[in-house]
Design a protein around this ligand. Structure first.
Ligand code: GRF
Length: 189
């Protein structure tokens, strides 16, 4: 098994996968040298996050048709990517992709997993008067499954919009924490 070697002194080389606004991407970009984003991949050509990447001078890749996951792995490895962050990426990552990246891929999810996996998590938790929060977890096969790295609750606000605003701030905060301290497992080639 081939291992990726990298110096502890260097910031890890991240790819961030998005589909939309990219406020979490921005939180990572705002870390500057502490996080080295070498590629932003979007499943939508209209994603606002692409503009953020371009503004920061980060190369982008738009995969808005059927994704060739094998080719994506080739492209990520060609850029020396060591870890992947799914930040609102609206595609299910298939097992063949995880064969290469499991242990080096994280996802941010707007609920206190394992509660409310899948879509519309905040809306469902809010409607149920259930605890609200965000989770960053390692990605394994299965929707929003995998060991949690960090979770943080968000106090319920009067409206869902106010709650969502606070939730995003918490997402950005815990994502920055993980990006700065988490070390991925060695990867297979
Ligand atoms: C976040 O709420 C994240 O939890 C969810 O998708 C949203 C992405 O937001 N998975 P943004 O594009 O980072 O602003």
């Amino acid at each position: 098994m081939k291992r990726h070697a990298f110096s502890q002194l260097d910031a890890m080389r991240w790819a961030v996968l998005i589909s939309g606004t990219g406020s979490n991407l921005q939180a990572v970009l705002d870390l500057g040298a502490a996080a080295r984003v070498v590629l932003v991949v979007s499943s939508k050509s209209s994603a606002v996050g692409l503009k953020r990447a371009k503004r920061a001078g980060i190369p982008t890749l738009v995969l808005d048709k059927q994704i060739d996951w094998t080719d994506l792995t080739v492209q990520l490895k060609a850029r020396g990517v060591q870890a992947i962050a799914l930040c609102g990426f609206m595609r299910i990552v298939p097992p063949e992709f995880l064969t290469h990246w499991e242990g080096a891929i994280i996802n941010i999810h707007p609920s206190l997993l394992p509660a409310y996996p899948g879509l519309n998590s905040l809306q469902r938790a809010f409607d149920d008067h259930a605890p609200i929060g965000a989770t960053i977890h390692e990605v394994i096969e299965g929707v929003d499954e995998g060991p949690a790295l960090i979770q943080k609750a968000v106090p319920r606000q009067t409206t869902i919009q106010q709650t969502e605003f606070k939730l995003h701030l918490v997402e950005h905060q815990i994502l920055r924490e993980v990006i700065q301290r988490w070390k991925p497992a060695p990867m297979s080639s």
